[in-house]
Ligand binder design. Structure first.
Ligand code: FES
Length: 154
């Protein structure tokens, strides 16, 4: 079982939160912002800080697609799953990326080159479906156009 361990960065984040369960999600968000993902040691540290079990913390964290449990790849591919993008078949884009790169949302390729995420509305619904690669927003996407964008990355 992974034990809690801390770092100065983690200590700084924890110091900003009272030891109350409602702080769990914002705390996990801050940890992920700092580390890029939620390693097992950080999960254990957060659990200890809030007097929760590690299983409780995983139970909550795995419910939300925003949380990652593996380090992100060099290039992050985000596919919007908000309503406007969903009805314009953004799910097919995710399927195509999964088929081509062999990763599901929340995963990173073995060579750590790409990671795939599903995100909630990106705020560009007029451009649906939206794909964001390394913070560059591309609108009116298709599986084929997404594949071309990925192939264009070194
Ligand atoms: S639903 Fe995708 S940008 Fe709004």
């Amino acid at each position: 079982m992974t034990t809690a361990s801390t770092t100065p960065e983690l200590d700084r984040i924890l110091a900003g939160y009272d030891r109350e369960r409602p702080n769990l999600i914002p705390l996990l968000q801050d940890v992920q912002d700092e580390l890029g993902f939620l390693p097992p040691e950080a999960i254990a540290t957060v659990a200890e800080h809030l007097n929760l079990s590690v299983n409780d913390v995983y139970g909550v964290a795995t419910f939300y697609t925003q949380f990652r449990f593996v380090p992100p790849g060099d290039h992050c591919i985000k596919v919007c799953q908000g309503t406007a993008c969903h009805v314009r078949a953004s799910g097919l884009i995710v399927e195509e990326i999964t088929r081509k790169l062999g990763i599901e949302p929340g995963q990173t390729t073995e060579d750590r080159k790409f990671s795939l995420e599903r995100v909630a509305c990106y705020g560009s619904c007029a451009l649906a479906p939206v794909v964001v690669i390394d913070d560059k927003v591309s609108g009116r996407m298709t599986a084929k156009k997404t594949d071309q964008l990925i192939k264009g990355i070194d």
